[in-house]
Design a protein around this ligand. Structure first.
Ligand code: THU
Length: 160
């Protein structure tokens, strides 16, 4: 028997002014993106903003459907839009934020497992760091420098 342990690196910021201006802007855009979320069922509106290698910012939000599994998370809506244009390898930074119509969201939004797997594969495609910024409506900002070994330490891999 062997036992293992992982060290996961992350940063938390209480003050957005401590972030680089491009990351502050990305968090602001992710907030704006919650406006167009379609979330009548969960009433949990998620917004995502992704910056590409050339500085372009692409927005996404969760899109629900009355046939529940047909909906999609904000992060994948944005990433697949970019991927569909052949620009998946251009992704460099992703910010995600959320607000709930039921309770204030005061903790960072943690992307679901499926979105983490998708992030990981675009990170591999890019061969560059994929920075993730997470925040609620208010409260601290969580920042990770990459997906591999941090947000998704044990990814699914076809290469078994
Ligand atoms: N959701 C996202 O958009 N991103 C996540 O990472 C987690 C969950 C959405 C899916 C659904 O529309 C709502 O949040 C509640 O689960």
């Amino acid at each position: 028997m062997k036992e293992g342990a992982l060290q996961i690196l992350y940063r938390t910021y209480e003050d957005r002014e401590e972030l680089e201006p491009d990351e502050r802007e990305l968090l602001e855009k992710a907030w704006e993106a919650t406006d167009h979320a379609y979330a009548p069922f969960s009433e949990f509106k998620v917004g995502c903003a992704i910056s590409l290698v050339d500085g372009e910012i692409v927005l996404g939000n969760n899109q629900e459907n009355r046939a529940y599994p047909s909906g999609l998370c904000a992060e994948r809506t944005a990433m697949f839009f970019i991927g569909a244009q052949g620009r998946g390898a251009d992704i460099r930074k992703l910010a995600v934020r959320a607000r709930s119509l039921k309770n204030p969201v005061t903790r960072p939004v943690m992307p679901c497992g499926a979105c983490r797997q998708v992030m990981l594969e675009y990170e591999e495609m890019a061969e560059a760091h994929f920075v993730i910024l997470m925040q609620g409506e208010t409260g601290s900002i969580l920042r990770m420098e990459s997906v591999k070994g941090t947000l998704l330490p044990f990814p699914f891999d076809l290469d078994l």
